[in-house]
Design a protein around this ligand. Structure first.
Ligand SMILES: [Cu+2]
Length: 248
């Protein structure tokens, strides 16, 4: 039989090793496609922090589980009941305090502080306003400053702050541009806001994350409620506006 110190030592070593491997993986491997807006960088930054903090917690649970399963596995039927198990008060209190402190920490940073930062950006004066109308199952985008409206594509100039004023004509939809990482519900009867500063030229044809995607189940063709997004230079945007105006 082990002396009580040995299992603790093995688990601690296993924990340290798994944490190290996990953190290396978390730093090296980025599961997200490159963001194409300032807001996207903030959101990805938050996700990465959550991952770095979650790795040691997950590694600890796996280490204890792995050690217990391998070391204390049953060999045939048990001859009698084991001794009664008593709660390890200090262990429970430590686990509770550490995980509660971690949860509170990530709720504040990057949670609440990141949210305040994103909200503050939404209140800055926009360079461009785009009204977004969701309906089953398409998106109409209107540029009120230029008197242009289309349901073919969302074209945006790079490096400019865009405010999206979002609403719905029928049921609840959700306006989501994966490349920008911004998302806001489209609710009938009210206007909701979100904003983004696109930082990278691109289009749906080259990168599928450049699209408006409905993110709230709204019926049969919900998954196909997609509007291509194209981020272009200011001159190209002006030229596009001019052709759209001619067409109307
Ligand atoms: Cu929808």
């Amino acid at each position: 039989m082990d002396t009580p110190k040995r299992p603790v030592l093995v688990v601690v070593l296993l924990w340290a090793t798994l944490t190290l491997l996990g953190e290396i993986l978390a730093v090296r491997y980025n599961p997200f496609p490159a963001p194409a807006a300032e807001e996207g960088e903030r959101i990805d930054h938050a996700f990465r922090w959550l991952m770095y903090l979650a790795v040691p917690v997950f590694a600890f649970v796996v280490s204890v589980l792995l050690y217990s399963v391998l070391r204390f596995r049953a060999h045939g039927p048990a001859p009698q009941d084991g001794p009664p198990v008593h709660t390890h008060g200090a262990g429970v209190a430590t686990w509770f305090l550490v995980t509660a402190a971690l949860t509170i920490t990530i709720s504040i940073f990057p949670g609440a502080l990141g949210l305040i930062d994103i909200r503050r950006r939404e209140h800055q004066d926009p360079d461009l306003i785009v009204r977004v109308d969701g309906m089953r199952w398409s998106w109409t985008v209107t540029y009120p400053q230029y008197d242009v409206s289309t349901l073919q594509e969302l074209v945006l100039p790079v490096g400019k702050r865009v405010r999206f004023e979002v609403t719905s004509r029928d049921v609840v939809h959700s306006f989501w541009v994966p490349a920008f990482r911004v998302k806001i519900d489209a609710v009938p009867g009210i206007v909701t806001y979100t904003s983004a500063v696109p930082t990278r030229l691109g289009s749906f044809a080259e990168d599928a994350t450049y699209r408006v995607q409905c993110a709230e189940l709204c019926g049969t063709l919900h998954a196909r409620m997609v509007l291509p997004v194209r981020v272009v230079e200011q001159e190209e945007f002006n030229a596009w506006l001019a052709t759209q105006r001619k067409r109307q």
